[in-house]
Design a protein around this ligand. Structure first.
Ligand code: SAM
Length: 378
């Protein structure tokens, strides 16, 4: 527990003070590809109090993406223990618990997910338990036994996007917050980042995490606007961004969408969490335990693909037979990857839930090689 609190405090301090987790601006490495913009889907709201702040809990929860494919990949068995690292509305956890007489441990960093589960959790007779925290720390959370499977469904829930008070949405006016833990988080809010980060770093994160080709213009516009007045609301920021991004007939998404996505990923250190989560899963999966990850855009999918291929030793460069001093087989694979390509959502699901259009599922199996930290190959 102490370790988790310390790591949260350190992350919070490093987010604004150090720029070490920002990648160097390397446009040639990033494609302007499909992205998360269709995540937004409006729903009705009810009033509630969550995490010490006034919030409106959505009356319709998140619709789980690629549920049949997730079940097939995870293959829950009676007596097994599975960890759902992104519990959200509990869609995956419930489906896993219904598929086999197994135990599911749900993890979510958002107090709302825990509040929303309280009324139905007892229906599963203790077979679904919840832990508050980040999946990046999954092996350090209380009472986590060796696992038969881990599933991660990366990104935000539609509950989070729907609630103006959470500050994730460019389409709803609210405080510019975006922290998944809510206002009690130790991390800086999006408003803090927008107020304090310098222009070059802002442009870099908007380019890298938002794949926004006008990132420099957006950063400049933010710097100009904040010199007049602190940007405190989502509507203020959305207006500033829209004023900087030229209108394009081809681009169907809101001109503010890419910048909002970038800030959200940065504020919650989502890509760092993804890497830490997969690494932690290696430490607690049993041999033949399954790691299943669903992502929604190219940056995330590339991280998952490379992580799995690296740990399966599939990314290793071929060693020349003329270089005998380099031993090809000293390392042992921590994962086995049976399927080369990511699994995509079925057309029938895409027709009902457009958010699933950009979803990609990858699965790998833990080998019986004892855990060791591996240097990334790619
Ligand atoms: C896409 S939703 C998951 C929806 C879920 N699969 C379902 O079917 O209801 C993502 C959830 O993961 C949570 N989350 C995101 N990053 C997290 C992290 N690093 N640790 C724990 N929870 C996280 C979010 O708060 C959100 O509730």
């Amino acid at each position: 527990m102490i370790l988790i609190i310390c790591s949260a405090v350190l992350r919070a301090a490093s987010l604004l003070k150090s720029k070490s987790h920002l990648c160097i601006y390397q446009p040639q490495n990033f494609s302007i590809g499909p992205s998360l913009h269709d995540e937004f889907c409006p729903r009705h709201l009810d009033s509630d109090y969550i995490g010490g702040a006034r919030m409106s809990a959505p009356s319709q929860p998140h619709i789980s993406v690629m549920l049949p494919e997730v079940l097939e990949a995870l293959a829950p068995c009676a007596g097994g223990v599975y960890l759902d690292g992104t519990f959200g509305a509990g869609g995956y956890s419930k489906a896993v618990a219904n598929a086999a007489e197994c135990r599911v441990i749900g993890v979510d960093r958002d107090p709302l997910a825990h509040e929303m589960a309280a009324p139905w959790l007892a229906d599963f007779g203790g077979r679904i338990e919840l832990r508050k925290g980040c999946f990046g720390d999954m092996d350090q959370l209380e009472n986590i036994p060796p696992l038969d499977g881990v599933v991660l469904d990366i990104g935000v829930s539609s509950m989070q996007l729907d609630m103006a008070e959470r500050g994730f949405s460019y389409a709803k006016d609210g405080p510019l917050d975006m922290r998944m833990e809510g206002v009690s988080s130790l991390l800086p809010s999006a408003a803090d980042v927008v107020a304090e980060m310098d222009e070059t770093d802002l442009a870099n994160i908007i380019f890298k995490y938002g794949e926004e080709r006008h990132s420099r213009r957006v950063a400049k516009a933010i710097i100009r606007a904040r010199a007049e007045m602190r940007i405190e609301t989502t509507a203020q920021l959305a207006d500033v961004v829209r004023s900087a991004v030229p209108f394009s007939k081809k681009d169907k998404s809101d001109r503010a969408a890419r910048t909002f996505q970038a800030l959200r990923i940065y504020v919650n250190d989502e890509l760092g969490e993804l890497e830490r989560g997969m690494e932690a899963a290696l430490r607690i999966l049993k041999p033949e335990g399954r790691l299943v990850v669903v992502t929604f855009h190219s940056l995330e999918d590339r991280i998952v693909k490379n992580f799995m291929r690296d740990r399966a030793l599939l990314n290793q460069k071929t060693v020349s037979r003329f270089a005998p001093e380099l031993k090809e087989d000293t390392a042992q694979p921590l994962l086995r990857v049976d399927q080369k390509k990511a699994v995509l959502a079925a057309e029938s699901e895409i027709a009902i839930n457009p958010r699933s259009r950009s979803a990609k599922l990858r699965c790998a199996f833990r080998t019986d090689v004892p855990y060791y930290a591996m240097e990334d190959q790619s």
